[in-house]
Design a protein around this ligand. Sequence first.
Ligand code: G16
Length: 560
Amino acid sequence: MSLPGAISSAAAMADGLPVQIIEEGVKEYPKPENITFTYGTAGVRTKGAVLESVCYRIALISALRSKRLGGKTVGLMVTASHNPEEDNGLKAVDSRGEMLEASWEAYCTQAVNASTAQELVSVLENLISANKINLSTPASVVYAHDTRPTSTMLIKAVAAGLATMGAHITDAGLKTTPQLHYLVKALNTQGTEDAYGEPTEEGYYKKLSSAYLKLVADKTSATATPPLIVDCANGVGAPALLSLLKHIPEKHLTIKAMRTDTKTPGVLNNGCGADYVKSNQRLPAGYEKDISYVPGQWMCSFDGDADRIVYYYLRGPPGQKDSFRLLDGDKIASLAADYISELVKKAGIELQVGCVQTAYANGSSTKYLKQRVPVTCTPTGVKYLHHAAERYDIGVYFEANGHGTVLFSTSAQRAFKETSPASPAAEDALHQLTALAELINQTVGDALSDMLLVEVILRARQWGPEAWDGAYEDLPNKLLKVNVKDRFIFKTEDAERRLVSPPGLQEKIDEVVGKYKDARSFVRPSGTEDCVRVYAETSLAGELDSLAKAVAKLVQDSDA
Ligand code: G16
């Protein structure tokens, strides 16, 4: 531990914060000048090289969060997920495995920007008094990291912050983000009747694989021949996928893992990964020569920390015009919501299945889903979708970018186990629902678990790519990034569908959009990258580029 004065027990803190040790920590991990950090969509995210002070300070807050929750374990994940390799970040995970309680985010932002140790201590003291935190309560924090080169240096700062607060520390090492969320929930429920699973990486693989094998035991593969090609984004999803596959006999899942290089500098998310494929609506770079085209072959891409997944296939040889077909988060949501609703009906139980999307959801997907289940729209960010999904008995939530999962309420899970089936078909549906609730990582979107879910549904339906793709036709859509001087002047309302600032810009966007047939466009600041995102959707493919560029130009001009 780099901080010699780290205190060893919570009891030593009963009289107040260890101010002197915090002062040493602030010296050891000084805040870079002229940088303002924000705890945004998914924690703090920026260049990895400038993040040590952020890691040290958020670790202090995490220990306080654990104390506030009576000593339950909370989590910290060092990752920048879909961002380029030189970026890094820190996300805080609450005790049920969900994202940090929103009201604490403002304290995180204040703490990471405090310019002196005294200022930092006063932010922490405000947090302690507003939340009535008893400092003598023990704290427990588990942390993990992805494969980025800066992760090793950053977890040292995390560990130092936790040691400053005398927290009980578990270093989970290299993990996917959803594995860390799983560990937090599993640690806190261990030994209770709600035990989520064995709190180890191995326990995670065992839980997913045994649920999967129950669900596919008697079904032939829809994707096994040819194998499912998985682009691991050259990230932590690669070793995780290989470990998972050790638990699943090849006859039940055949995978060809691609982009699995976690060692060569610069390759993470570079020309590959879910964000590249979704944003560019094309195969990972180089696939044209790296894969031999087989009609009907399924492919999917994870992102850098394996919390997103998108599917795709080719309708003709690679490179042939319009042969690439994307099955993104919206298509996965539709597949899952449909299948689960049908099972609920077959089981003969009264449960509300609902779906949660964001403004990025393709208009066709929303129309399709609304004809089947209630649909809610929230701002971007898993934290918003997750809470909205909790309001349904079974809440399916997916962002178009492939980040999502399904939540089963406690009463729904009880109904699966306690309902007396009226027929063998109902009994089978209840067994399937029970196994699905085990298979799906209910803490957060999880590429591995979502991949198994898709596989289960495709086998049950005996669907090939066209059948799934045929559910609805996406409206032509485009996502652009615009670099601006200060993205924080862009403020939104109505689940990010309209801008309230800069003044007058929304009216100009409305005017432009009005010139196109059945078109839609919105602008919002990214919470993970230093840019403003422009989304455009039209009914006529030929008009798409012109609309997206026109709105992007309005954003650029407003910044002049
Ligand atoms: C994170 C969030 C997602 C969000 C994405 C992009 O994903 O967890 O909810 O959609 O960032 O956010 P923004 O448009 O604000 O930059 P990930 O996979 O990068 O952790």
